[in-house]
Each structure stands twice: as structure tokens, then as C-alpha cells.
Design a protein around this ligand. Structure first.
Ligand code: ARG
Ligand code: MN
Ligand code: MN
Ligand code: MN
Length: 302
């Protein structure tokens, strides 16, 4: 089987510069060679080009949602690239860029695998709607668009509400906005916060998460990994770090366990921002990003 690397140098879903450099750093750190070393054929035809996507002027929607047209068009294009690779039987590995890109990647996956489930590893729920968002940053909203919650914005008309609330599960949450908490509860969306990770241990949490979204272990899995799920001491170079996160091993265990299911069909690694923090912290974050990807794709310890 072949991996298709989809490098997405995009930062329009949030205000901090530099997250668009994440994919370039991950590739320059040797990710492609590393994946070939563990036995994959890797297809990579350069980072995705968004230059042709212009959306100026791009006034906020309801004076709040920032860069809505740009984010929407970029994600539409990511959806078609990821969906195209999936249709060819390749396993798309999308490197972000900010997490708004997951509107595109998950849409692309579900176009090829309509019964796929999503495992979302994050400090944040990213499930705000235009009514609940406090920041207006669309990287805090992709899940609500995929579920079809909130109002319909014509700017985002291409997104089909393809994801069912029972087909997504979260691990690692610890910074949830009030409106998001209500949305999670109202839609009965399963989430394992850091409290559950502490209480049950990561092995049990991953098993319970899979039991929820994939009870018979027969559905394709899209793993969307926001590097800020890891503790800032492990992955410091990210735009919205939150203390009290996953350890190095807990993050890798999740990836290893999902690989072991044999059901992974798409992977996102998001929110690596090499412009934040000192050079050593950047190196550390990029290295941990590469190693999470390797674990999800079959690198074993023994
Ligand atoms: N909940 C906050 C917000 O809307 C933070 C979201 C952070 N999201 C992320 N992908 N890092 O705006
Ligand atoms: Mn290609
Ligand atoms: Mn996050
Ligand atoms: Mn996120």
C-alpha cells in the first residue's frame, strides 16, 4: 500500500503566523525517508499550492468568523485531493497547517469511505459554531461543520454534513468552551478528557473509544491528531498549548493502537507551528510529529 503525503501550508483558520510552515519542517526532518524505511511506498508531489486560491476581500461572516471564504475554498480543495488519493487506494497523510483543514480531510475520507469513523486527538473539541465561537477562528470549528451543526453559511455550501455524532470520539480534551460543552452534551458525543486518561489509563481509554465508534472493529478509521493534545513539555511549538496534556508515550500509544486495528485509512497531523518557541523546542515538536506519524503507520518498539 502507498501513502500519499498531502502537505498543507495553511494558517488561515487561526491568527498566528508560522503554522503554515509545519508541513515543510516535517518533510525536511526526513518524514518521507522514515516512512520508506518502515516499508511504505510514499507518494509526495510537493506541498499543496494554495496561491491560486484568493478570497480578497474576505470580510468576516457576522463580523466574527475570520477568513471564511479562504478557509472554505482551501478545505474544498484539500477535500478533493485527499478524496482523490483515497479513491486510488492510497492512504492520505495530511500535514498541517491549522486544524480547520480537517473539514477538508474528513470530507475527503468520507467521500470514499462513507462509514468511516473519526478519532480526534486534541486538547480542544474544535466544535464551535458561528453562534458559540468566542475567537472567530475557524480551526476551533471544523467538527461542527462536518456534523452539520449551527447555521448554514453559503460560503461553506460545499461541505456535506457527512459525519454522524456517534461516529466521532475525542481523546485528550482539557480546554472546552462553554458553548462546546453544551454541543457535546446535546449531541451525545463521546469524549475522553484528560480526566479519563488519568482515571483509566490510556490503554483502556483507547479501547473504550474504539468500542464506541467502532464496536465490531470493522469500520475504516480517520485519525485526526492535533499536536496540542500532547503536553506542552512534549510539543511546545503549537499555537494554542494547554498544560496537563498527553505524555509522549500516551500520544504514541494511541497511534500504535490504531495502527494495530488495521483499519486506518487516513491520518492528519495538525498545528505544528515552527515559528513559536526556541529552536530546540521547534526541533523537539517536529521530531515528535514525525514519530507520531510513524507510529500510526506501523513503527513498533520491538
Ligand atoms: N476553542 C478555542 C477556539 O475557538 C480554541 C480552539 C483551538 N483549536 C485548535 N485546532 N488548536 O477558538
Ligand atoms: Mn498526488
Ligand atoms: Mn487543539
Ligand atoms: Mn484541533
Amino acid at each position: 500500500k502507498t501513502i500519499a503525503i498531502v502537505g498543507c501550508p495553511f494558517s488561515g483558520g487561526q491568527p498566528k503566523l508560522g503554522v503554515d510552515k509545519g508541513p515543510i519542517h516535517l518533510v525536511e526532518a526526513g518524514l518521507i525517508d522514515q516512512l520508506e524505511e518502515i516499508g511504505w511506498k510514499v507518494h509526495f508531489d510537493g506541498h499543496h499550492q494554495f496561491e491560486e486560491i484568493h478570497a480578497a476581500p474576505d470580510p468576516p461572516i457576522k463580523t466574527l468568523l475570520k477568513n471564511p471564504r479562504l478557509v472554505s475554498r482551501v478545505c474544498e480543495s484539500v477535500a478533493s485531493v485527499v478524496g482523490g488519493h483515497a479513491k486510488n487506494g492510497q492512504l492520505p497523510v495530511t500535514l498541517g497547517g491549522d486544524h480547520s483543514l480537517a473539514m477538508g480531510t474528513v470530507s475527503g475520507t468520507l467521500a470514499s469511505y462513507p462509514d468511516a469513523c473519526v478519532i480526534w486527538i486534541d486538547a480542544h473539541a474544535d466544535i464551535n459554531t458561528s453562534k458559540t465561537t468566542e475567537s472567530g477562528n475557524i480551526h476551533g470549528m471544523p467538527v461542527s461543520f462536518l456534523l452539520g451543526l449551527g447555521e448554514n453559511h453559503p460560503e461553506f455550501a460545499w461541505i456535506r454534513p457527512v459525519l454522524k455524532p456517534e461516529r466521532i470520539v475525542y481523546i485528550g480534551l482539557r480546554d472546552i468552551d462553554a458553548g462546546e460543552r453544551r454541543i457535546l452534551r446535546e449531541n451525545k458525543i463521546k469524549a475522553f478528557s484528560m480526566h479519563e486518561v488519568d482515571k483509566y489509563g490510556i490503554g483502556k481509554v483507547v479501547e473504550m473509544a474504539l468500542d464506541h465508534v467502532n464496536p465490531n472493529r470493522d469500520l475504516p478509521i480517520h485519525l485526526s491528531f492535533d499536536v496540542d493534545a500532547l503536553d506542552p513539555s512534549v510539543a511546545p511549538s503549537t499555537g494554542t498549548p494547554v498544560r496537563g496534556g498527553l505524555t509522549f508515550r500516551e500520544g504514541h500509544y494511541i497511534c500504535e493502537a490504531i495502527h494495530e486495528t488495521g483499519l486506518l485509512v487516513a491520518l492528519d497531523l495538525m498545528e505544528v507551528n515552527p515559528s513559536l518557541a526556541d529552536p530546540e523546542s521547534v526541533r523537539q515538536t517536529v521530531a515528535v510529529g514525525c514519530s507520531l506519524v510513524r507510529s500510526a503507520l506501523g513503527e513498533t518498539l520491538l
